[in-house]
Ligand binder design. Sequence first.
Ligand code: PMT
Length: 405
Amino acid sequence: MRRAVSGKLGGILNGKHVLLGITGGIAAYKCAELVRGLRKAGADVRVVMTAAAERFVTPTTLQALSGHPVRGSLWDEAAEAAMSHIELARWADAVLIAPASADTLARLAGGHANDLLSTLCLATEAPVHLAPAMNRVMWANPATRANVAALQDRGFRIHGPASGEQACGETGEGRMLEPGQLVAALAGSAGAWQGRRVLITAGPTYEDLDPVRFLGNRSSGKMGFALAEAAVAQGAEVLLVAGPVLLPTPSGVRRIDVRSAAQMHDAVMAELAGTDTFIAAAAVADYRPKTVSAGKIKKSEADATLALERTPDILAAVAGSPMRPKRVIGFAAETERLEEYAREKMHNKRLDAIAANAVGMPGSGFESDDNALTVFTRTGRHAIAHTTKRQAADALLEILLEQLP
Ligand code: PMT
């Protein structure tokens, strides 16, 4: 059985003020356990419920568990006299809305302020975490997708939903994350990368030749996605610029999908301002066809030659930008002379560190779930032994903070 809050999280939110907003959805029944988990992690929790939430759980339960009166209305004079909604918004170190119904997402995306919870979200400077929960068709609806994208663009952190059996009897994406997972997500916000903006590229690029053919490579995106997941778990605000891959977006990560090196370059440069750390895990094509044929290229008896031109070097452009982030990190996938070539790339592209990846054998590098890396900084080298890409990502982030504080 899943433990509500793992022993590892006990005390990790010590002294943090968490404002828990509960909205109308059957998953609201899990909030009793969520409040207990947050308190066990050391947080001081105050609960705000919408009118719809009170149809699913009683304020009395949450008052008993949080140790504070539960707030519901913007017009409760006694409660406002004790702590006004503006004071409550300032009090919060983090706002967590769980479950966040489809209607709540729509109202937050629209900037509404017609009840206590939406007003608090407009009035707070604390990060707002949303744990959506709804029927799978509602979650997939283009209106909900657009609202979620708008909220992510504005810095709201989205956690989940998970996939599985739903209260309505259907199966699919839309279940609220478990209380333990939400406590872990918030604890991550108090982690070593808290307050840092991390931009990561992942996956391959596809360089079109004609409407049906392209030049690509074997990158699956797993390494870059693992880094995004690890960074967000450590509290970073993460933007993932992903080439064409078939991976789900890690919870809490903002993602921009691109296809070609030129598109990846443009997306990265447009988002660079304010970035603390840039990590280029993508396998970007170095060359693209000089011309892209409008129609399918027909075969003939003669041999064919492809004219190629260079793509923009995204990593070098970031390192040379006036908006250069504090840390600029590259990857180097090499089949031979790993250290020599990796150091050469670090020097030529003016990087702070490079993660060298021995590729060409099964069990690490491209496509695999595992990896082994050697991280070179200007002054040293640090080995990350063969492990899962997620653990390698954790280790790499730790090395970066230690070596490039
Ligand atoms: O995606 P996976 O299947 O999980 O595999 C992971 C990986 C092997 C793709 C990844 O860990 C890795 O090593 N990525 C770098 C791949 C590579 O071949 O890099 P490179 O040596 O061509 O380029 C060096 C660096 O410059 C890289 O950080 C690359 O992202 C960057 N670059 C390269 C060319 C270019 N036009 N723009 C760039 O930003």
